[in-house]
Design a protein around this ligand. Structure first.
Ligand SMILES: Nc1nc2c(c(=O)[nH]1)N[C@H]1C(S)=C(S)[C@@H](COP(=O)(O)O)O[C@H]1N2
Ligand SMILES: [Mo]
Length: 410
């Protein structure tokens, strides 16, 4: 059978492209290429394997952020290389302050104590016996986008600017189930969560959030958490700054007030222009970034290009994403990929015909509470430039007439 007959869809695709009058070279479809396998004379391919790996032709990798010690490092998700809304576990950004501990799940315990009626210690098997839920949530470090406190450098790409956010499908027990088992006393207002890493990373969590949607998560994208994400178990505090989602969780202590740990005093606070520091700024604001075309990429000619990116908000669902190709002078509503989930990355797309002249691409996210991304100037007018966290300013990408894409302030 001639190969062509096995691809009837080809004809309608050609029709679509013509109808859309895209005017690019792609309209005149070349004859079907001979596949690599055909050329190789149909030699047998590779066999099966116990644990999969990607094609050797795929090269997207996390990039290590400039840090002095490997044990207090961060790595950035290559947002510009992703499709869809889920971040592959192997590309989930990493942020750890004292290295990744090597924990045997059979030995690991999670204690719940403090202001409770029955102090408890859970094994991993016991945690897995609790009723489980699976939810899609992003985790974003509040330092994500911190480069935007300084004027734009042309060579910053999406990964460098925004790679400290990732989105996974998480499975675990609701923290409320553990707390119910332990019996939270009336005086309890907060809990203190502690990690099993060398720095014993510790954060105070208000009790109402703890009883709301927090997960004690052991599953990530259908398998066990990756060690970098907190294996065998972490807190997952949806929509809030990543730092509070304590990895390698070992203890939850119910207390009557916040503990004022290092991570909520000298770090992860926001210094305001008047010298006051805002504390417990948990929620991640509405944000979006165009990932294609984005910094460092190059358009291979005028004509049809699909603009695509990610939007998210720690306050709920993304309601709308608007895209501008003229630096914010005019805006067009982008399509959102279903399902739009609360507190999760949402893929947006807009078809665009580039006429070959310089263009400035910008996206802006409006969430279901009406929260919308500010311009950089508007944000700085309120916040000043002395804090490093919680910058959700608009991101611009300048498409030059030679097709190269650069970071630019809008
Ligand atoms: N125990 C522990 N939990 C931790 C950290 C850590 O260093 N130790 N880093 C925090 C920070 S700053 C962030 S942004 C998130 C990052 O989660 P990820 O590495 O899974 O992306 O984990 C948080 N939880
Ligand atoms: Mo972080």
């Amino acid at each position: 059978m001639p190969l062509r007959d096995t691809f009837p869809a080809r004809r309608s695709r050609r029709g679509f492209l013509k109808a859309a009058a895209l005017g690019s070279a792609a309209v005149a479809l070349p004859p079907l290429p001979v596949s690599g396998q055909e050329r190789a004379g149909r030699t047998l391919g590779a066999g099966v394997s116990g644990y999969g790996r990607r094609s050797r032709f795929e090269v997207a990798t996390r990039r290590v952020r400039g840090v002095r010690y490997e044990q207090a490092a961060g790595s950035l998700t290559p947002l510009q290389d992703l499709d869809g809304a889920i971040t592959p576990s192997a590309l989930h950004f990493e942020r750890h302050h004292a290295g990744i501990p090597d924990i045997d799940p059979a030995e690991h315990r999670v204690a719940v104590d403090g202001l409770v009626d029955r102090p408890l210690v859970f094994t991993m098997a016991e945690l897995r016996r609790l009723p489980a839920v699976t939810r899609v949530y992003f985790i974003e470090c509040s330092g994500n986008g911190r480069v935007k406190w300084s004027p734009a450098r042309p060579d910053t790409d999406a990964q460098g600017a925004f790679g400290m956010t990732s989105c996974s499908e998480w499975t675990g027990a609701p923290l409320s189930a553990l707390l119910r088992e332990a019996g939270v006393r009336d005086e309890a207002r907060w809990l203190v969560a502690e990690g099993a890493d060398a720095c014993r990373m510790t954060r105070s969590v208000p009790l109402d959030k703890a009883l709301d949607d927090v997960l004690v998560a052991y599953g990530q994208n259908g398998e066990a958490l990756r060690p970098a994400q907190g294996y065998p178990v972490r807190l997952l505090i949806p929509g809030w700054e990543g730092n509070i989602s304590i990895k390698w969780l070992r203890r939850i202590q119910l207390v009557d007030r916040a503990w004022q740990t290092r991570e909520e005093t000298s770090k992860y606070t926001d210094l305001m222009p008047n010298g006051e520091a805002r504390q417990f700024t948990f929620v991640m604001d509405a944000k979006s970034v165009i990932t294609r075309p984005s910094g460092g990429q190059r358009l291979d000619g005028p004509g049809f290009h699909q603009i695509s990116g990610l939007a998210w908000s720690g306050r709920g669902k993304v309601r709308r994403v608007e895209v501008s190709t003229d630096g914010g002078a005019s805006w067009t509503e982008a399509r959102l990929q279903d399902p739009v989930l609360p507190l999760a990355h949402t893929r947006f797309r807009l078809d665009w015909r580039w006429d070959g002249s310089p263009a400035t691409l910008v996206s802006r996210c409006i969430d279901e509470t009406g929260d919308r991304q500010p311009t950089r100037d508007a944000l700085i007018a309120v916040r000043g430039t002395r804090s490093s966290y919680h910058n959700n300013a608009l991101q611009g990408w300048r498409v030059r007439s030679d097709g190269r894409v650069e970071n630019v302030d809008v």
